[in-house]
Design a protein around this ligand. Structure first.
Ligand code: NAG
Ligand code: NAG
Ligand code: NAG
Ligand code: NAG
Ligand code: NAG
Ligand code: NAG
Ligand code: NAG
Ligand code: NAG
Ligand code: NAG
Ligand code: NAG
Ligand code: NAG
Length: 393
């Protein structure tokens, strides 16, 4: 990855298409938002040549899961070959701020969602009760005084759905985030009210893994990191992959994921119960929220799985504070038991050995998709925003 070229390209080329403020679902929102689409160029980003070609059919996809999860797998860890990506992507984003104007300097949180979701993860509202804000992270952050920028990662409808094997890889996702962050720090997003005094990154799951990558390649781009649902351990992730069966999205649900848009390198999982297994911990969720998450789920790419091999897991040059927040029963990053896995000396803390402060919280009874568990606002969002204040962020 070449960070200097990202910056240089951005300085030359910033094109935006701004849309008017969206009509929000709930009428009682205490915050206001503007959705927009912005073009982000990336230049000469190193990617991994996938050891697996695009599966021709569902049988081959299952066999790829077999190969990746094989004991002492060579296929998944053999000698790598590299390629590079130069492209410009459309990114669907949304900037939100408190409705009540403030004279305080702007502190911005940039929110990176995980696999299976789009940026609506950050302002989830139950379809049966849009005034219920218990799952709405943006509501919590804006009422704590922050501005937020959420975006659909590449591969997520609204943003460019690029090639799932050669392009939609973690290193490219990090480069897109670096590009978006560079614009945000300079106050150059469409209609951005001002240059922020602090730019904080909050991630969920794969989105948190991207923050480790960001902190590694561009350690001065963030003033603080909040990593939710990430332990910096990779060994439990195969449990997620197994739960998906490598189900090709256009086979599982051709209406939502037509093969004209989603080739066989886009995968999902079979049912809401597979979703529950990987993302939710019983009984701390509302079944109607699980059903809604399943009905609005987004596919993930084979490139995002195999490309993790070249995503940095250490960011020794990152000096700002870091906060890990994990559900006690997180399957994907803790094998359903985070107790004892995240703390001083753990791979999570060691990743940030140059940081001024690394802290962690385990949320009792919660699973992987923490924002969708009961009272996420009280159990997760209040600790996050209190931690930010405690760090002067
Ligand atoms: C592209 O990246 C590769 C690997 O990081 C590097 O060796 C090469 O010099 C870069 N090329 C350009 C034109 O920046
Ligand atoms: C990028 O990869 C292509 C092959 O896909 C190669 O021809 C080219 O030399 C590479 N460019 C850089 C700058 O590494
Ligand atoms: C909707 O959510 C609000 C806020 O949590 C709650 O007060 C209200 O009772 C809920 N309404 C219904 C119909 O469940
Ligand atoms: C992408 O989103 C647009 C706008 O919401 C929608 O019309 C379209 O059907 C979606 N495409 C796919 C492939 O899901
Ligand atoms: C980005 O959006 C523009 C305008 O809608 C479209 O013409 C272009 O093809 C898109 N580019 C990509 C890479 O998706
Ligand atoms: C794509 O889907 C259409 C409609 O479901 C189907 O007729 C067609 O055979 C599929 N194409 C491929 C290459 O699988
Ligand atoms: C997220 O995905 C759902 C389901 O496709 C869709 O209804 C919603 O509009 C998407 N949100 C964004 C911000 O793309
Ligand atoms: C950390 O920064 C030093 C000095 O700029 C540099 O030499 C080193 O390569 C960086 N380490 C990493 C892991 O990026
Ligand atoms: C979780 O792991 C810890 C050790 O780190 C152990 O003490 C505890 O019993 C485990 N919890 C469950 C529910 O098995
Ligand atoms: C942090 O860890 C790296 C190895 O990733 C090591 O080179 C470096 O010396 C460590 N820094 C400190 C301050 O311990
Ligand atoms: C939500 O969690 C907070 C923090 O634990 C707690 O104070 C509050 O009472 C909870 N609210 C509900 C409705 O359970």
């Amino acid at each position: 990855m070449n960070f200097a070229t990202i910056i240089a390209a951005l300085a030359l080329f910033v094109a935006t298409r701004a849309h008017p403020a969206r009509s929000v679902k709930a009428t009682d929102l205490s915050y206001q938002c503007q959705a927009f689409s912005i073009q982000i160029p990336v230049t000469n980003i190193t990617t991994l040549v996938s050891p697996f070609p695009e599966p021709q059919d569902q049988y081959q996809a299952v066999s790829i899961v077999n190969a990746i999860t094989t004991r002492l797998s060579q296929a998944a860890s053999g000698s790598p070959t590299f390629a590079n990506v130069t492209a410009t992507y459309n990114i669907s984003a949304e900037y939100c701020q408190p409705k009540t104007a403030s004279s305080q300097p702007v502190k911005l949180q940039i929110l990176s969602h995980g696999i299976g979701f789009n940026r609506s993860y950050w302002n989830f509202r139950p379809s049966g009760n849009s005034s219920d804000s218990q799952y709405d992270y943006i509501a919590a952050a804006t009422s704590a005084g922050y501005h937020t920028l959420s975006y659909n990662r590449i591969g997520i409808n609204g943003s460019t759905i690029a090639d799932p094997i050669t392009e939609v890889q973690p290193s490219v996702q990090v480069a897109v985030l670096a590009g978006l962050t560079t614009l945000a720090r300079a106050g150059k997003l469409p209609n951005q009210p001002s240059v922020p005094v602090n730019t904080i990154h909050v991630g969920h799951s794969f989105g948190s893994q991207l923050l480790v990558g960001l902190a590694a390649i561009a350690p001065t781009l963030s003033d603080g990191l909040v990593l939710t649902s990430d332990s910096n351990l990779e060994q439990y992730e195969i449990q997620f992959l197994i739960a998906t069966n490598g189900l090709i999205a256009n086979v599982a649900d051709p209406m939502h994921f037509p093969n004209s848009t989603y080739s066989n390198g886009w995968w999902t999982w079979p049912s809401q119960y597979a979703n529950q297994y990987a993302f939710f911990a019983y009984p701390q969720f509302d079944p109607t929220v699980l059903a809604q998450a399943e009905a609005t789920k987004q596919p993930f790419s084979l490139g995002e799985i195999v490309g993790q091999a070249i995503l940095p897991t250490m960011a020794p040059n990152f000096t700002a504070p870091v906060y890990f927040v994990n559900g006690e029963k997180d399957l994907i990053f803790c094998g359903s038991n985070c107790t004892g896995l995240i703390g001083p000396g753990s791979p999570a803390f060691q990743a940030f050995n140059g940081s001024s402060s690394v802290q962690s919280t385990i949320v009792e009874g919660f699973g992987h998709a923490m924002n969708l568990h009961l009272n996420a606002s009280g159990k997760v969002y209040t600790p996050i925003n209190n931690w930010l204040k405690s760090q002067g962020l």
